[in-house]
Ligand binder design. Structure first.
Ligand code: DQA
Length: 144
């Protein structure tokens, strides 16, 4: 199984960005944890960070040929990007939504995800373990 992990905007600043909310791990630390979990599960994983909405749409399109499952943390786009929601709906491969923080327990605007209805499932609130849990769940999705 091949899994592509899409990290959205501002996640490149993890470690220095609002550590009280997002913790002290850098994105490189998180990618290393994802890679270790993938190795243990026998999954081929790639991770990339994209700041713009269009780049995320392009990455989702590219995943059609390059991945069996996508994990996506769309950052703030989660709450308003119909373009990303449409791209997820357009591709046939399963997409799992991931958040470090518990978006349901924060500001009102974060409690709504426009991508959740087109994702296979969502994991939020466990810091970097959200990605690891999502990877475990992804490993059990039957691949066509
Ligand atoms: C986030 C939550 C979003 O509301 C926020 O805009 C982010 C990070 C998370 O992982 O908790 O950038 O997706």
């Amino acid at each position: 199984m091949r899994v592509h992990v899409i990290h959205g905007p501002n996640l490149n600043l993890l470690g220095e960005r609002e550590p009280d909310v997002y913790g002290s791990k850098t994105l490189a630390d998180i990618d290393a944890e994802i890679a270790e979990a993938a190795r243990a599960l026998g999954i081929e994983v790639s991770c990339a960070q994209y700041s713009s909405e269009g780049a995320i749409v392009d990455a989702l399109h590219a995943a059609r040929a390059a991945a069996d499952v996508v994990l996506i943390n769309p950052g703030a786009y989660t709450h308003y990007s119909y373009a990303i929601a449409d791209a997820i709906a357009a591709i046939r491969i399963p997409v799992v939504e991931v958040h470090l923080s518990n978006i349901a327990a924060r500001e009102a605007f974060r409690s709504h995800s426009v991508v959740a209805p087109v994702c296979r499932g969502s994991v939020a609130g466990f810091g970097s373990d959200s990605y690891v849990a999502a990877l475990h769940a992804a490993s059990k999705i039957p691949i066509k």
